[in-house]
Design a protein. Structure first.
Ligand SMILES: Cc1cc2nc3c(=O)[nH]c(=O)nc-3n(C[C@H](O)[C@H](O)[C@H](O)COP(=O)(O)OP(=O)(O)OC[C@H]3O[C@@H](n4cnc5c(N)ncnc54)[C@H](O)[C@@H]3O)c2cc1C
Length: 412
């Protein structure tokens, strides 16, 4: 009998025959050894069938969190199923911080890392780049530990759950820091093209929100490290908003993190949305494509060429920047990237033609999709051959492969 479990967006009903919620690593090992086919579920915030299976689905949310700071090594170790928001509050209370967070703190660490989830910041790698080590239960039930200096490590961090169950992660930490968030409105569109390089690097984290229509970009969210200085009174022609804002015009900002240039701990400013509220619009699908940061202006023009298809099914778009990394399946592999994100209306049939049009327009830039969002095809990754060899070693029977993984990673 299949379970009636859905993802956060409600567009995917999981087809798993059985769902397990182990409470110890030993239980994970037993479940995996006994299973013929198995997938891992994080917090279910992906918008496609990446986590799904028709066989055994394992949620790691029940493993003991056990947050352990190693001040000498500059890392924290924690269970993979813990949500960023929970870890961040504990880290900050102990005087520590992570380098960045995604737009929402609700997602599990192992699930976010497995898809290369990112925030924004020209100098900031995606969230997976903070991983210094991980422990995973592989197909035969063995507990394997990989650290950054291991030759397999770069293949195992962004791995779409295809190598095993990540039960523990170790992340780099720094002393805690304060951030000021200011929302600017009505950035003249022409100034974005003219000043893209300066705009993208104008703060620790920069996000542009636009609906791709009109002569202005709706909002710019600047997250600055607090140096005691007030936010600039103008940003390439955009002015600070006169009160709190939600990225989607007309939606109450009550679920958004504090704005108005008020300093506050990193984890209360880097996400756009508060842990205790529903993030984003709550009724939506999402897609995202990454191209090289230096191609951003040409990529904006490419999106605008298909805006007649995009805008009618769009709630809002977000443009962010992500630093290059060395993780084989990371969408930011060896490429400083611009992220073109689309929050769609919650209607798959209506949205797919716009996704296809974007993929066609962005193909010349070698666009890579976000693994956890709505897309049709992913390009071949330079290190795909190495990843397949690693998967063949750790999971020779393909126990962790579902239809999504077979299609996008193994070309089946
Ligand atoms: C409102 C909203 C806002 C978002 N904002 C952002 C954003 O700012 N930036 C961004 O990049 N993305 C964003 N996303 C996408 C989201 O971060 C990714 O889909 C992320 O992977 C979700 O994490 P999860 O724990 O829910 O993973 P799931 O969706 O549960 O799983 C994703 C993948 O991770 C694997 N996995 C999960 N747990 C484990 C584990 N313990 N071991 C091995 N593999 C595992 C699963 O098998 C699957 O392949 C957003 C999504 C939503 C709903």
């Amino acid at each position: 009998m299949s379970v009636d479990w859905k993802n956060w967006a409600g567009n995917i009903t999981f087809e798993a025959a059985r769902v397990h919620r182990p409470e110890s690593v030993e239980q994970v090992q037993e479940i995996v050894s006994a299973a013929e086919q198995v997938r891992v579920l994080g917090s279910g915030h992906s918008f496609n069938r990446i986590a799904d299976t028709t066989a055994d689905l394992v949620s790691v949310a029940g493993l003991p969190a056990e947050v352990r700071v190693d001040a000498e090594r500059g890392t924290v170790s924690v269970a993979g199923g813990v949500r960023y928001g929970e870890l961040a509050a504990q880290l900050d209370a102990a005087g520590y911080a992570l380098h960045n967070l995604g737009s929402l703190p609700h997602i599990s660490i192992a699930g976010a890392v497995a898809t290369g989830t990112h925030g924004s910041g020209a100098g900031l790698g995606n969230l997976a780049t903070a991983i210094a080590g991980l422990q995973l239960v592989t197909a035969d039930g063995e507990l394997v530990e990989l650290r950054r200096d291991d030759p397999d490590f770069a293949g195992a961090v962004v791995a779409l759950g295809a190598l095993g169950v990540v039960v523990r992660v170790e992340l780099d930490i720094s002393p805690t820091y304060q951030v000021r968030q200011t929302v600017y409105e009505d950035l003249p569109r022409a100034r974005v093209d003219a000043h893209w390089a300066e705009l993208a690097t104008s703060a620790y984290s920069v996000s542009l929100f636009t609906d791709w229509s009109g002569d202005t970009v709706n909002q710019v969210w600047l997250k600055r490290l607090d140096d005691g200085e007030a936010a600039p009174a103008e940003l390439f022609g955009a002015r600070p908003a006169d009160g709190p804002r939600h990225p989607i015009s007309g939606v109450s900002p009550v679920n958004c993190t504090e704005q108005g240039d008020v300093p506050g701990p990193w984890h209360t400013r880097l996400p756009h949305f508060r842990l205790e509220f529903t993030p984003s619009s709550g009724e939506e699908l999402q897609s995202e494509f990454f191209v090289a940061r230096q191609d951003a202006v040409a990529a904006f023009a490419a999106v605008e060429r298909v805006r007649h298809l995009v805008t009618p099914v769009l709630q809002i778009s977000e443009v962010r920047v992500v630093a290059a990394d060395d993780l084989w399946l990371s969408p930011h592999y060896r490429r400083d990237s611009v992220a073109l994100h689309f929050t769609w209306v919650p209607d798959t049939e209506a949205v797919l033609p716009a996704v296809a049009a974007l993929e066609a327009e962005l193909a010349p830039f070698g666009a890579r999709p976000h693994w956890g969002k709505v897309f049709h095809t992913a390009p071949d990754y330079e290190r795909m051959g190495d990843f397949r060899a690693l998967a063949a070693r750790l999971d020779p029977q393909g126990k962790f492969r579902n239809a999504f993984v077979r299609r996008h990673l193994f070309g089946e």
